[in-house]
Design a protein around this ligand. Structure first.
Ligand code: FES
Length: 402
């Protein structure tokens, strides 16, 4: 028998019931279809793949180029998926027989996707297989295959403060260029203070664009932080050295909450981890874009000793089982890719869960800062191959690549 309280609560809803039933009665029994159906909207916003082509290439100097990508209608992509500023696209390529994926932040504004293009900005990286391939091979007309926009590095009004201090290093500027454009377009509503670390004025990416945005929009403030520039060559308004807690406090609003967003190379995250701890702000106000792929796991402080140099992996994917070999310094995903096996992937840094696989036997090392698995996943032996490094021979099941 229902308690008096439950009965009382239920009674409050009774008058609404008649109206609701009447509205259901008036509705069509057919499942909605066509361009306005929920499924069509979901597919447009989250396509599994987008087929694009390079419309133009802009050389930004310092080994960096921007690629304007438009839909390849001949391959079936008519419109681009819209996105929140800060998201990335995963690029799919085949290089030397290897199926490879890499995530790159979108540097254009969300509004540009409605106008028919995305911009990806790629910087040369020493030993960077994909970035160096793109920089040498992508030309006007090159066909490009990407994911839907993905990631969690975006402004959330319910979570974030009304001022965001953006800390960028090198090509980590790209999501902030998108955010600054979105603020300027009126599509995002927050105060954006950008502290952008570069070696010298010549290595600043998007310098003119950022200055123009700052002039146009009172909600945008840009400060260049230059580590390697003689005093007499420092541009007006720039800061010398590195981004420190003192510098963040100097530009943060006084007596007001602020959020901190970070995107840059791995050394910058390690440095800023200590600096942001000195700010005394709540952890939820500090967001960082993914670490990216971890190389050389042996340099991690908790990496075990006596790990064999070579390992074998027996993998079942799409009902086919293969055994391959590789180096234990490579991630499980890298070993499989080097053996021509495509693994579903987006972020390649443990965060998105897209590569979620089942480890049936063997041990792996997972760097703690990349371990985003849920407790149940850990208990049931699920791993993310993109950030798991074999410590022994492995047997695992991997979902088919999408
Ligand atoms: S690709 Fe994102 S968790 Fe592995």
């Amino acid at each position: 028998m229902a308690s008096p309280i439950k009965s009382l609560k239920a009674k409050k809803f009774l008058p609404m019931l008649g109206g609701r039933q009447a509205r259901f009665g008036e509705g069509s029994p057919d499942i909605p279809s066509g361009s306005d159906s929920a499924r069509a909207i979901a597919t447009a916003l989250h396509p599994v793949r987008q087929y694009l082509k390079v419309a133009s290439v802009t050389d930004r100097g310092d080994g960096c180029k921007s690629y304007k990508l438009v839909p390849d209608t001949e391959k079936g992509t008519e419109k681009l998926a819209y996105f929140g500023a800060g998201k990335y696209l995963t690029v799919f390529e085949h290089i030397g027989g290897m199926p490879l994926t890499r995530a790159y932040s979108i540097s254009s504004s969300p509004r540009n996707s409605l106008e028919g293009f995305y911009e990806l900005t790629i910087k040369k990286v020493d030993g960077g297989l994909m970035s160096n391939y793109i920089l040498s091979e992508w030309k006007e007309g090159t066909a490009v295959e990407v994911s839907a926009p993905s990631g969690n590095f975006e402004y959330q009004p319910l979570r974030d403060a009304s001022t965001v201090i953006c800390l960028a290093g090198g090509s980590g500027i790209t999501p902030f260029v998108s955010m600054a454009n979105a603020v300027n377009d009126g599509d995002e509503d927050f105060n954006l203070v950008l502290l952008y670390g570069s070696r010298n004025p010549g290595s600043i990416l998007f310098r003119d664009e950022l200055e123009a945005l700052e002039k146009q929009c009172s909600k945008i403030k840009i400060v260049h932080v230059l580590s390697d520039t003689p005093d007499d060559e420092m541009p007006a308004g720039s800061e010398k050295g590195f981004i420190t807690a003192e510098l963040i406090k100097k530009y943060a609003p006084a007596n007001e909450d602020y959020s901190v967003f970070i995107c840059g190379p791995q050394q910058m995250y390690e440095f800023l981890e200590k600096e942001t701890a000195k700010l005394g702000i709540e952890r939820k106000f500090i967001r960082r874009e993914m670490f990216g792929e971890l190389h050389n796991p042996g340099s991690q402080p908790d990496y075990p000793s006596d790990v064999p140099e070579n390992v074998s992996i027996t993998v079942t994917i799409q009902d086919e089982t293969k055994t391959v070999t590789g180096k234990s310094c490579d991630s499980v995903m890298q070993i499989l890719e080097k053996n021509g096996i495509a693994v579903p992937a987006r972020c390649r840094s443990g965060e998105c869960g897209f590569c979620h696989s089942h480890l049936l036997s063997g041990d792996v090392y997972i760097p703690p800062q990349l371990d985003y698995r849920r407790l149940a996943d850990k208990q049931f032996g699920c791993i993310h191959p993109c950030c798991s490094f074999p410590l022994s021979d492995l047997v695992l099941n991997v979902p088919a690549a999408r």
